[in-house]
Design a protein around this ligand. Structure first.
Ligand code: CMP
Length: 139
């Protein structure tokens, strides 16, 4: 059965370009309810832990370096069938393949700096949410 939460991060380049407010607004406009929200930084070690599932991939070092290069926004989002709904809403991983009007098309630069992360499964949504948020940090 599909869960009702997903986890997202607004990535450093989108923050640096001033898109934080626009992206949060688009998330809310899409019918996602914010259950937790944090503006913070990842150390390189924390980024490596967060993306450990990709540790064998050739882009792992670059990706974790990038994700620790500046502030990010982390959030837990709620909606029916949240993981798939959010993946559809943000668009394809590579912004150049993403549909017009999606967050990644509008605010992404390339496959690494693709504006936002979105969980790829209900299981990972729970793991990723717990990586950032305690129970008392959630509404
Ligand atoms: P994200 O949703 O944060 O989850 C894993 C990230 O790995 C993904 O977005 C991309 O930014 C990155 N990624 C996936 N595939 C590649 C690739 N082929 N080259 C570089 N980065 C990638």
């Amino acid at each position: 059965m599909s869960g009702n939460i997903t986890f997202t991060m607004i990535k450093p380049k989108a923050i640096a370009k001033g898109y934080m407010g626009k992206i949060i607004d688009q998330i809310i406009t899409g019918g996602f309810t914010i259950k937790a929200l944090k503006y913070t930084c990842l150390s390189k070690e924390e980024a490596m832990e967060f993306y450990a599932v990709h540790k064998e991939r050739p882009f792992y070092n670059d990706l974790t370096g990038f994700m620790s290069s500046g502030p990010i926004v982390a959030a837990i989002l709620e909606k029916e069938n949240a993981v798939q709904a959010y993946r559809d809403y943000i668009g394809a991983t590579n912004p150049s393949d993403a549909e017009e009007g999606t967050i990644r098309k509008l605010y992404g630069t390339d496959i690494q700096a693709n504006a936002v992360h979105g969980s790829d499964s209900d299981e990972n949504a729970v793991i990723e949410s717990s990586f950032y948020f305690s129970e008392r940090e959630r509404v």
